[in-house]
Design a protein around this ligand. Structure first.
Ligand code: LAN
Length: 731
């Protein structure tokens, strides 16, 4: 064992440490960037008092008066915004946690450990709080996301994280978690990304990890397997992974990691047959088994790995390309990177490649905070650096629909929202666009912030819609002129796929069969882009909204694109009338979009078989209390899965869908609205219910702002269709 004591986690706590004082936390915002700060002195606290949104997000009591009980939908919408507007931060956006996935903190903390960078003390304590709170009460384990059953992936990685953060293996929380991990067969059967992190930490052998050859980056773009043709998230994760793998970089063995080797497995570490582990994945974890082709390929690549040292120039060249790509990604995103997974991995590469004192290393450390979110359960890592732009566009449109945007009492809020949308538009193409395989971004809107800077099709479309919804309100300024909307349209018009739909970040670049090479085991549909009803509808509606402002510009192309969107929406409707939602849960979410697409060309319940079947599907799933409720199982299993309780968010999706489709019977819609009103608190608030979002079919993610934006929007829409009354008689 080398280097006794070197960079070991130094604490060995048998009892849970005292957590921080929540009243000392403050959220700082700047052009959407969100960072939480812990104030240590009275002086600091006095000069930077806690705001109401700080308190709300921290779960501290807030002083919001009860409002007069609303009797109509618009009154309810107004009460909702009366509460929600207090949470708007000074830069004009609405913050919120964007947690859910349980595999993000481990990557970050393992990297802190390997690089020797100390985890700030308040963060360390609050991460412990979060992980302990999120351990399942029954078995002490963790799943792939907060609502999922305990898996090896979640349990092994979060166990290791708590150890690094200072808990002793004899701490009761870890004793229990380890019991569950061992019952599941121990860490040897962890899925691929877990194998990667454990190997990087030095508690798994690289021999047990399937090859991740960086040479792929040397392939010409014309070959489908060139990573430039993959879904951007996947290629951006495999990029740094390839570097670490090719150099087989592991933290030096210490007494600490030696101990982990003993804790994580059911058999002695040295007796494990690592060659046999490459394809060993626990049953609870396995969502997408390897294809036969993948197995054969891995087999071949394992031989290649044995030969690679004979061609060092090739590997060196591949690593040079890898480092160049990482540099472009880091610089272009101001070291935020596209998401939290490659953020931690790129930081690790930078550590090995440039060293701890490098500019690159320090820049990475600075932007770690952008991913961390504080809540009553402690500190979590967000799924991106936030959902700022996305949330702002929805509340803007909801306010326009519910007649709040032209209410003078909310003028200030609306101006700030518009300012935020203005500042978030991306005003340049990525430097080195071609070399880094990037989509254009001049004029696009991102999902989170302009710094992150990735074009997303539907975020761009919602950006256009929200801009137009606000800028047409008398008294609100025009901050975004037509030429900038034209830029946004230019981006969208480059993004339509040959199947007529729109995907997330780019067009579909690779063939379907690439999915057979999905190595991740826990996600589906990650190798290439796919068209989605949600993105396609957003773009269709975004383009239609633009045409109203600027009717001449590229009109033929826009009309053609819209027609094609519609063909796509019809084509992907299922037999039973439903659409599968890929980015929120699930059938109700997709129906809201798809039925809106149809309605945009006058296809309603009475005039279109597609619309009729879509509505009938929704109606068949309405609950007896008038609401709708789905669980994440819908996403996982591709079957509508009823939640035990109706959900405000699913109800709002469904009501909006039925209203757009002009569903002829008012009663089910009215009952949905009544349900949303009943769930509203006396101060206008809606409380958090089940998790709302999803990605890659198997991992859920929180959208806490949806309960406000979509409830207000649905209430407004209802009033616009049926008048501002909830009584059964009026029409
Ligand atoms: C997101 C969040 C937003 C989402 C919508 C805009 C809602 C969608 O319509 C298009 C796709 C997009 C942009 C999206 C893609 C995948 C993301 C970035 C996420 C779900 C947030 C987290 C997820 C990312 C992949 C998580 C990191 C995990 C990996 C598998 C790399």
């Amino acid at each position: 064992i080398a280097l006794e004591g070197y960079r070991t986690a130094t604490l060995n706590l048998l009892t849970t440490p005292e957590f921080t004082d929540l009243t000392n936390w403050r959220l700082k915002v700047k052009e959407g960037a969100q960072t939480w700060h812990y104030l240590n002195t009275d002086e600091e606290r006095k000069s930077w008092p806690q705001t109401i949104w700080d308190k709300y997000h921290l779960g501290l009591p807030i002083d919001v008066p009860d409002l007069e009980k609303p009797t109509t939908p618009l009154e309810a919408a107004r009460n909702g915004f009366e509460f929600y507007r207090r949470l708007q931060t000074e830069d004009g956006h609405w913050g919120g946690e964007y947690g859910g996935p349980m595999f993000l903190i481990p990557g970050l903390i393992i990297t802190y450990y390997i690089t020797g960078e100390p985890v700030p003390e308040a963060m360390r304590l609050e991460l412990i709080r979060y992980l302990i709170t999120r351990a399942h009460a029954e078995d002490g384990g963790w799943g792939i996301h907060i609502e999922g059953v305990s898996t090896v992936f979640g349990t092994a990685l979060n166990y290791v994280t708590l150890r690094i953060l200072g808990l002793s293996p004899d701490h009761p929380v870890l004793v229990k978690a380890r019991g569950t991990l061992h019952k599941l067969g121990g860490a040897s059967a962890i899925p691929a990304w877990g194998k990667f992190w454990l190997a990087a930490l030095g508690v798994y052998e690289w021999k047990g990890v399937n090859p991740i050859p960086p040479e792929l980056w040397a392939l010409p773009n014309s070959l489908p397997i060139c990573p430039g043709n993959w879904w951007v998230h996947t290629r951006m994760v495999y990029l740094p992974m390839g570097y670490i793998y090719a150099r087989r970089l592991s933290a030096p063995l210490t007494t600490f990691t030696q101990s982990l080797r003993e804790e994580l497995y059911v058999e002695p570490y040295d007796s494990i047959n690592w060659d046999k582990q490459r394809n060993n994945v626990a049953e609870v974890d396995l969502y997408t088994p390897h294809s036969k082709i993948m197995d054969v390929l891995n087999y071949g690549l394992t031989y290649y790995e044995a030969l690679a040292p004979k061609f060092p120039w090739l590997r060196d060249y591949a690593l040079k390309l890898t480092v160049e790509q990482i540099k472009m990604e880091d610089e272009c995103t101001f070291y935020l990177d596209i998401g939290p997974v490659n953020k931690a991995m790129n930081w690790l590469v930078v550590f090995y490649h440039y060293g701890r004192d490098s500019h690159e290393f320090r820049e990475h450390v600075k932007r770690n905070d952008d991913f961390m979110w504080m809540g009553p359960e402690g500190m979590m890592m967000n799924g991106t650096n936030g959902s700022q732009l996305w949330d702002a566009t929805f509340i803007a449109q909801a306010c326009a629909e519910a007649k709040l945007a032209d209410n003078v009492n909310y003028r200030e809020n609306m101006i700030k929202t518009l300012e935020f949308i203005d500042v978030s538009q991306i005003r340049r193409n990525p430097p080195f666009m071609k070399e880094s395989y990037r989509q254009t971004s001049l004029g696009a809107w991102p999902f989170s912030t302009r710094d992150q800077g990735y074009t997303v099709s539907d975020c761009t479309a919602e950006g256009i819609k929200a801009t137009n919804a606000l800028q047409k309100v008398p008294g609100l300024p025009t901050l975004i002129d037509n030429s900038r909307l034209r830029d946004a349209v230019d981006v969208l018009l480059t993004m339509q796929n040959s199947d007529n739909g729109f995907a997330s970040y780019e067009t579909i670049r690779g063939p379907r069969f690439l999915e057979l090479l999905n190595p991740a085991e826990v996600f589906a549909n990650i190798m290439i882009e796919y068209s989605y009803p949600e993105c396609t509808t957003a773009v269709l509606m975004g383009l239609r909204s633009f045409v109203k402002i600027d009717p001449e510009y590229r009109r033929d192309e826009i009309d053609e694109a819209c027609n094609r969107c519609l063909q796509y929406i019809k084509k992907v409707q299922h037999e039973d009338g439903s659409w599968y939602g890929a980015w929120a849960i699930c059938y109700t979410y997709a129906a809201m979009f798809a039925l809106q697409s149809l309605a945009s060309v006058g296809e309603y319940y009475d005039t279109s078989d597609h619309s009729k079947r879509g509505c009938d599907f929704l109606i068949s799933h309405q609950e007896s209390d008038g609401g709708w409720g789905e669980t994440y199982k819908s996403c996982e299993l591709h079957v509508y899965s009823h939640n035990e309780t109706s959900q405000v968010v699913n109800t709002a999706f469904s009501v909006m869908a039925l209203l757009d489709a002009k569903y002829p019977d008012k009663e089910p819609i009215r009952r949905g609205i009544e349900f949303i009103m009943k769930r509203q608190q006396a101060n206008g608030e809606w409380l958090q219910e089940s998790i709302e979002g999803v990605f890659n079919k198997n991992c859920m993610i929180s959208y806490p702002n949806y309960k406000f934006a979509f409830s207000i929007w649905a209430l407004g829409k209802y009033a616009n269709v049926y008048g501002d009354s909830i009584s059964e008689k009026s029409s």
